[in-house]
Structures are given as structure tokens and as C-alpha cells.
Design a protein around this ligand. Sequence first.
Ligand code: SAM
Length: 264
Amino acid sequence: MKIKDWYRENKRYFSLSELNFIFKSFAQGKNCLLDKNEVEKLDKIKADKFKGVPLALSLGREEFFGFTFKVNKNTLIPRPETELLTEAAQELISKNSLKKILDLCCGCGNIGISLDKLITADLKIYLADLSSESLALAGENAVNLGSKVKIVNSDLFSGFKEDSFDLIISNPPYVESKNIKGSLAYEPKLALDGGKDGLNLIEKIIVQAYRYLEDRGFLMMEFGYGQKKRVENIIYKNGQYIIKTWIKDYSNIWRGVILQKNNA
Ligand SMILES: C[S@@+](CC[C@H](N)C(=O)[O-])C[C@H]1O[C@@H](n2cnc3c(N)ncnc32)[C@H](O)[C@@H]1O
């Protein structure tokens, strides 16, 4: 079967961007012949789509900042809004000549590895996660993308003793437990579940990060829709940081914050 014939038969099931993404994995050229194995793979992707399986999981990869990250059922699929957090970090690192960076709750390593690839200065980037499966994947992604990040198995900061960082960046689990349903059910609960109000991990990170930051160091975090006010309350209650910037996502919704350790 030719790619263009599969395309003609199945294009109504996918968006144009999904089709482009799918065909990147297969032989190039519209007249290219698919072997039996490839047709079976494409049909499985279609069957997965009907079941609601995210396309990235069917293909085993996702694009983030133009880099291809391997993903699987043990880790969160990188989301476009996290690119905006990463972009803000890129700017912050360059402007303030930050050197030692921790990507906490790293998943497949998309934030830390992208920063390492995007910034030419010599950085020391650590990736930490509680899930050993995620760390294995982050390790594979680092090798595939030629990045020399350090990988640490850590329950929040438990894997770090005396370390202090210029920047701690985190996209922690922040979904309210009751909202983990639909297509989210295909991703690990550990990566999503922020407890009853979604803010368990965010609050812990705000409290604990202070000890692991250099003087005037930065903490950046992503949070969920409608959580800004409550995140702000946690920051004020904690009282150890200055709020530098709030970050919006592509839908103009507040989804991230940059804090600076207040040494005053
Ligand atoms: C929302 S995912 C983020 C993954 C990735 N950084 C991204 O932006 O796509 C959250 C990650 O936090 C990890 N995690 C959950 N609880 C943790 C904990 N107590 N300590 C460290 N990592 C944790 C999960 O395993 C998961 O990889």
C-alpha cells in the first residue's frame, strides 16, 4: 500500500497536524510503499485514536521546543504550555547568567534537556524525579539529544543534601484528584495528582525550595487553570519570596510564576 492511499482512506480521522506528526515516523514521499508492518502500525494508531489514547503515546514520541522526546505510559506527555515556562527560563538564565539549575519533577526531561540544548553557556543542569521509569526515559532522551544533564532519583529535594541552585524550575503534578479522567487516565497518576485541591506538591516545593536556592536564586513553577489566586496565597503565607513575574499560556490564562528568594 502507498502512503498516499492510507492517507486518502484515513485522513478524516485526524487533524492535519496529527497527520504530519504521524508521517514523520514513516518512510518519506507520497508514493512511498508501506510494508505490512508499517500498515499494521498505522492501523493501530487509528484504533488507539478511537479509544482516546493520546497520539504521542501511540507514536512513543512528542515534540517539545523542536526537539523530539521519547515518551511512554510511565511519564507525562510534554505539553505546549510548558514550552512557555521553558522559554521564560531561557530568558531568565541568560539575563542573570544563572549556572546551576534543577529541573524538579523532570518526567521525560523535556524542560532541563531543552534548556541545556538552547543555551550555549556552560550550565550545570540536574534532572530529578521520584519515578525511576521517568528518570530512565530522561536518561535516554539526554543521550539521544546529546545533553550532559545529571540525573537524580529524588522525592522532591530528598536526593540533594548541600546543593544550592541558581534556578529551580518545576512542572509538578497539579491536577485535582477528582479531575483525573478522560484522556488523562492514560498518563501516570504520580505525574498528575496534586491532591484534593491540586496544590499539595506546589505548596511543598514553595516551602522546601528556599533551602536549596542560592541567595537571590529563582524558583519557577507551572500551575493549573484557575489556581493563580491560591498559588499567590501560598506564596504570601510563606513570605520567603518576591514575586517577579506571572506567565500566561497560549490561551492567555495564568499558568506559571517566577519567584526570587528574598534574603532580606
Ligand atoms: C506534571 S509531570 C511533569 C513532567 C515534565 N517535567 C513535563 O513538564 O512534562 C510531574 C512529574 O513529577 C514527578 N513527581 C511526582 N511526585 C514527585 C515527588 N514527590 N518528587 C519528585 N518528582 C515527583 C512525576 O513522576 C512526574 O514525572
